[in-house]
Design a protein around this ligand. Structure first.
Ligand code: FAD
Length: 384
């Protein structure tokens, strides 16, 4: 267990690192955040900058959606209730802290367009049987917005929404930068990690000599190091389009496996593809076609034909072996300081991140046992 006066360096300023920073901030712990510089410009870029794991910033690409329901089998996702509750309160707290009320956490109910009658019946059955997932479902409707084609009707998940991740990350970074505790730097396991001179100068002489502990939140940038201790991070490639359109979805996110999420000012995110074993995170024609073709059947053609693509982005999602986060203390002979890890957020970082960052912080500072399903020890037992 660590005392609140111990020093920490959080490596990675994506969603995982930012949520960890928030946990430390709340406790008044002394910390710095280190993050690799963003992609180089056209002029200075080497080969393909996006192929560098340290430059992958999944959180800056993500649509930021949260949804407590898995539409595949129509059941609630892992720990849906707890994760939703912690998620809502955490992002609200951060909004207040950053003086951005109502700007980061946004509501956008999801309108699931039924693919066939059987799916409609399943939706009704879940509600009638009072299945666990029913707490997140609204009754079947046939009253679709004019621009949406839903011959079998649709169901709504009213509590779904999205988090403006670029706003959250950039604003939190701005705050830490203002305190002089943000360092742009690429770090690898085993490298010396000391506080910057600026932060050190503010500490007492005894504190200055102490080695900071590390919280590794590098997403796929940690892949090589974590693989050495049997924590496999798979890089799951995703593509996403930004569109301008006059489509009216009644502020709902329209879902038919792929989804169209309204972001205000007639702008929408259309996502997301999902591919394994893609080495270069670059936009592809096939990804673009896949996204457009999948949503085309449920959008009135006169509206669909006027979609204007204004952005096409890609990223690599850090996924664990069993689709549960990796959280805990890791054993490495390379450093004298203690190293913790928070990674493996996969496709649902926004929803699962806050509760699991809190779990790791409770473990580090309050000696609360980590839930076994996220504890790194399930794959990487401690060394003597
Ligand atoms: C197309 C797409 C759409 C998505 N949509 C959603 C969505 O709607 N909802 C949702 O919940 N999730 C979504 N996700 C998944 C989401 O992006 C991830 O769950 C989450 O962002 C992972 O956060 P992270 O902090 O672990 O990783 P990252 O965001 O990748 O952050 C890692 C950080 O560590 C830094 N770093 C790496 N290596 C080093 C190093 N050696 N030294 C210093 N810094 C380093 C990186 O530069 C980066 O800033 C989507 C992902 C993609 C690709």
């Amino acid at each position: 267990m660590h005392s609140l006066s111990d020093k920490f360096i959080i490596v990675g300023a994506g969603l995982a690192g930012t949520l960890m920073a928030w946990e430390l901030e709340k406790r008044g712990v002394i910390y710095e955040v280190w993050d690799a510089p963003a992609k180089t410009t056209e002029k200075t870029r080497e080969k393909t900058p996006s192929s560098k794991p340290s430059q992958n910033k999944a959180s800056q690409v993500a649509a930021g959606m949260f949804n407590p329901v898995s539409f595949k089998r129509l059941v609630e996702v892992w720990n849906a209730r707890e994760h939703m509750d912690v998620m809502l309160s955490t992002y609200r707290e951060i909004e207040t802290f950053l003086n951005l009320p109502g700007k980061i956490l946004r509501t956008a109910p999801i309108m699931r367009v039924f693919p066939n009658v059987q799916y409609r019946e399943l939706w009704e059955k879940r509600i009638n049987e009072n299945h666990n997932v029913a707490q997140f479902l609204a009754p079947v409707s046939d009253n679709a917005p004019d621009d949406i084609i839903a011959p079998h009707g649709f169901g709504v998940v009213p509590g779904a929404g999205w988090v403006d991740l670029p706003l959250l990350l950039d604003s939190f970074r701005e705050f830490i930068e203002g305190e002089g505790r943000f360092v742009e730097k690429v770090w690898a396991q085993g490298e010396k990690a000391n506080f910057s001179k600026k932060t050190s100068s503010k500490l007492t002489p005894e504190k200055q000599t102490e080695t900071p502990h590390i919280i590794d939140c590098r997403g796929i940038g940690a892949g090589e190091d974590l693989a050495k201790i049997n924590l496999k991070i798979q890089a799951d490639h995703g593509e996403i389009l930004t569109l301008k359109s006059m489509v009216n979805t009644n502020n709902m996110c329209v879902n038919k496996v792929k989804w169209l999420l309204p972001r205000g000012n007639d702008t929408f995110k259309l996502g997301a593809t999902y591919k394994w074993n893609v080495e270069d995170s670059i936009p592809t024609q096939s990804g673009r076609d896949d996204l457009l073709n999948s949503i085309k059947p449920i959008i009135e053609s006169k509206i669909f034909d006027n979609f204007e693509i204004i952005g096409h982005n890609t990223g690599l999602r850090p996924a664990s072996k069993d689709r549960r986060p990796y959280a805990g203390k890791i054993s490495t002979s390379l450093t004298s300081s203690t190293t913790y890890v928070l990674n493996g957020f996969g496709t649902r970082g926004v929803l699962i991140g806050p509760a699991n960052a809190a779990n790791l912080a409770n473990f580090i500072f309050d000696d609360v046992e980590l839930p076994s399903e996220i504890n790194v020890e399930r794959y990487s037992p401690p060394r003597d």
